[in-house]
Design a protein around this ligand. Structure first.
Ligand code: GLU
Length: 478
């Protein structure tokens, strides 16, 4: 019988959760959800020097905000904890001893200066930079002596020479990597913390991870991991190396290119729905190339079989398009709630919820992010500033006739439905015998501060009776 599906997202707490990490987490989540498996969050905090304060909280909160919930992990626990690697140090030590005993790992006492020198010489001679194996053959007496002298040491893997490692990757298929390219990886540091390579292998095994989904940049390290599995007598998981993320110009996406944190995208006014949808398509596509998917739909449609080998292009214009689509199609009240903080930042008076909802309804189809709506909406909330050019239009006789006609209409009919206003708009044109621009521009300028904008019934409906009359009067007073 196949083993149950257990997948893990294993970020290092070295900063905010970025969209690349979200993709791994999302694919893990979707895989678990679509197969009835389990999704585990494991914090890989063994490199104390790279630890960034607050990043664990940010990772967890970001996943929560996006709706990517894990089944086991920090806070919620589970049967395979602890889920922080820094709390599992004694577990690793036993396996390090076992690898040393087997002769596939060794003490290395080389100092930083020696290693720097080694690297420099190799670079000068155009050689692959890697550990030269100096401490590989120390005798037990030599090792004991150095330890008793208090010399610091690390433990390295003794990678076999002249061996080709075969990797069966779920996405990339069969990959061979020659051991001559592989360093004698440090697996335990002087501070007695394991490195990623050791800790991840041990935890993936002990946590019964069935598939390891991770970025393609880890593929070259996989032989080290396979070597550890072999020597501990364990079966490796299924390797699933996800395609690199590329800029539109196909260069590798990196932090240097911008702030790709979830927080930043949420702050910029992208909805979680579009972030999830966008990230899902970074490397995966459905058979019919459909573009829009809710998280729920993804759990039904997603499959690892349809993840590409080729690098995935990170095209922000696509995210803009998706966000625009979601802003238009999701529940109006939800969009209004999500947008509220941007409107409050502008000091708009949102006390009239009905008006606010109408403003959102009129604004959401015009832009691609939440805060961009405030520009259009400002015409409904702040006193109009009418340009000189537009003022010249308003003072024309025909314009005054139009404005007066509307003023009359509204003082006589305090509550017009949008349909009734639409009828009246047609009627006014006939009665005044003014057409086209001469008819529409003045009323739009008076009510919206611009000759271009929403249709007249929408303007009157959103502004409401009082403000409409007020604006008409102001325009007539010019
Ligand atoms: N801790 C590693 C990282 O943050 C995880 C790689 C893996 O998933 O194995 O990149």
């Amino acid at each position: 019988m196949d083993k149950p599906i257990r997948v893990r997202f294993a970020p290092s707490p070295t900063g905010m959760l970025h969209l690349g990490g979200v993709r791994t987490a999302l694919y893990d989540y979707l895989m678990a959800k679509s197969t009835g498996g389990k999704f585990i969050l494991r914090i890989e905090d063994t490199d104390q020097s790279r630890y960034v304060e607050g990043s664990v909280e940010n990772l967890i909160e970001s996943l929560q905000k996006l709706g990517i919930h894990f089944d086991e992990g920090p806070i919620i626990g589970g049967n395979y904890g602890p889920y922080f690697q820094s709390q599992r140090l004694d577990i690793y030590q036993g396996y390090v001893d076992e690898l040393i005993k087997k002769g596939v790992a060794y003490h290395c006492f080389c100092s930083k200066e020696e290693l720097d020198q080694m690297r420099q010489t190799q670079q000068e001679n155009n050689l692959t930079t890697k550990y030269n194996g100096k401490c590989r053959s120390l005798t037990q007496e030599e090792i004991d002596k150095k330890i008793s002298e208090g010399l610091p040491y690390v433990i390295r893997l003794k990678m076999p020479e002249n061996r080709s490692f075969s990797i069966e990757d779920y996405i990339r298929g069969h990959v061979e990597i020659d051991s001559s390219l592989i360093d004698d990886q440090v697996i335990l540091k002087t501070d007695k913390f394991p490195t990623y390579h050791l800790a991840a292998v041990i935890d993936d095994h002990l946590m019964e991870i069935s598939h390891v989904l991770r970025g393609e940049e880890w593929l070259p390290s996989t032989p080290k991991h396979i070597f550890i599995y072999e020597n501990l007598g364990w079966t490796p998981p299924i390797w699933v190396h996800l395609p690199l993320l590329l800029n539109v110009d196909r260069s590798k996406l990196s932090k240097r290119h911008g702030d790709f944190s979830v927080d930043n995208y949420l702050k910029m006014g992208y909805l979680k729905e579009s972030i999830i949808n966008f990230v899902a398509l970074l490397g995966w596509h459905s058979a019919d190339d459909r573009e829009l998917y809710t998280l729920e739909e993804l759990t039904k449609e997603f499959s690892l079989q349809r993840v590409n080998k080729a690098g995935a292009i990170f095209d922000i214009t696509k995210l803009d398009w998706m966000n625009g689509m979601y802003m238009r199609s999701l529940d109006l009240g939800y969009i209004a709630d999500e947008a509220e903080k941007y409107f409050l930042e502008k000091d708009f008076d949102l006390s009239d919820r009905t008006k606010y909802l109408k403003v959102i309804e009129d604004s959401r189809g015009r832009v691609s992010t939440l805060p961009q709506m405030t520009e259009h909406a400002s015409h409904y909330y702040i006193d109009l500033v009418i340009s000189e050019e537009d003022q010249l239009i308003l003072v024309k006789e025909s314009s005054k006739a139009v404005l007066n006609w509307y003023l009359n209409l509204l003082t006589q009919n305090e509550s017009l439905t949008k349909e009734q206003t639409a009828e009246a708009v047609k009627k006014g044109m006939v009665e005044l015998a003014i057409k086209g621009k001469d008819y529409y521009a003045p009323i739009r300028i008076a009510l919206f501060g611009s000759a271009h904008g929403p249709d007249i019934p929408t303007l009157i409906d959103v502004l409401g009776f009082e403000l409409t009359i007020d604006r008409l009067k102001k325009a007539l007073a010019l």
